[in-house]
Write a protein that binds this ligand. Structure first.
Ligand code: UFG
Length: 312
């Protein structure tokens, strides 16, 4: 099977590329390297440097793909609130371009990296796929909009579209790891601060949660790759599905930092600062639907194991 992975030089993309190559797929990566790294792409994948908006010009019409895993996006919650223009352009306009590429080139399967951020302020826990979306930031809005676009393309053009709504992703796979610049994610920041003997800053201590800090559901990055493989293998009849991907366990930011401190065996100092723009108080899901329908189960469900993997 020949698959095109957009954003394959980013964190999740580099893991997916590694995974699909290991599974024997012919993997092509399209990435403009705006936030990714060329050396993060597996040697056995075919790398094309270019923008998702130009896919029709980049790929000759004789190149046939069986499916697209569309990961290329900007994904920083706070940045999306401060610079919505960038997010609508890259995540919405860019995704529309790659959807058009799929339609015009008759690529039958489309797997999209959607996000927990579409649920944002929905205040339901655990969140399920039927929970009404209520994004708390522009990032979530752009992803929700494109979920709807894929739904409409599936109905009208016979695409088999799947939106995988990733909750909080961490961990490494075969040396592929988080390399964000600047790093904004809690687990890698807390690891480096605790190791360096620095204070960890937690944004917000007045949320309506058990300890006042935000609650998130962490999932190992390799479990996303497995879900993408199952989603690609869905029947080719033209339908759209949404699946949530998490472990069903909510950890507060304070609990995450304490878990990291325990795994490292080093005590840590915590300071609280004001809330970060766009943060939802609690995002915890049930992944029962993808388990029932596609047989997905997480291989590394425990937060301590996800943290240990992030240390590799
Ligand atoms: N946080 C801190 N201190 C830090 C960094 C983060 O307190 O130094 C807090 C954040 O404010 C938030 C929590 O830790 O409350 C998690 O923040 P992350 O930046 O690690 O992750 P987010 O939940 O903001 O977002 C991530 C992805 C999104 C995705 C979302 C799904 O970056 O793309 O998970 O829940 F949509």
């Amino acid at each position: 099977m020949r698959v095109l992975i957009t954003g394959g030089a980013g964190y999740i993309g580099s893991v997916m590329t590694e995974y699909f190559v290991a599974k024997g797929f012919e993997v092509w990566v399209l990435d403009n390297l705006s936030r990714g790294y060329r050396d993060a792409v597996a040697d056995d994948a075919i790398f094309v440097e270019g923008d998702i908006n130009n896919a029709l010009e980049i790929f000759d019409s004789k190149e046939r793909f069986d499916g697209i895993i569309h990961l290329a996006a900007h994904s920083r919650v706070e940045e999306s609130v401060q610079n919505p223009s960038l997010y609508w352009e890259n995540n919405a306009v860019g995704t529309h371009s790659i959807l058009e590429f799929a339609r015009i080139r008759e690529i039958p399967r489309f797997v999209f990296a959607s996000t927990a951020a579409v649920y944002g302020l929905s205040a339901q826990s655990p969140i399920v796929e039927d929970t009404p979306p209520s994004p708390a930031n522009t990032y979530g809005m752009t992803k929700l909009t494109m979920d709807m676009a894929i739904d409409s393309y599936s109905r009208a053009y016979g695409l088999t579209g799947t939106s995988l709504r990733f909750f909080n992703v961490s961990g490494t796979y075969r040396g592929r790891r988080e390399r964000h610049l600047p790093e904004t994610h809690l687990i890698p920041i807390a690891i480096s601060k605790i190791k360096g003997g620095d204070k960890v800053t937690i944004f917000g201590s007045d949320y309506p949660t058990r300890d006042g800090t935000c609650i998130r559901d962490y999932i190992h990055v390799v479990d996303l790759a497995r879900a993408a493989e199952l989603a690609l293998g869905r029947s080719n009849e033209g339908s759209y599905k949404v699946y949530n991907l998490g472990n069903g366990n909510g950890y507060s930011n304070l609990e995450v930092v304490r878990t990291i401190s325990e795994v490292l065996g080093v005590s840590c100092e915590i300071e609280f600062s004001k809330r970060r723009d766009g943060d939802a108080p609690e995002l915890v899901t049930s992944s029962r639907l993808i388990t029932e329908e596609l047989g997905w189960t997480p291989s590394i469900p425990a937060l301590a194991d996800i943290v240990k993997s992030s240390l590799d």
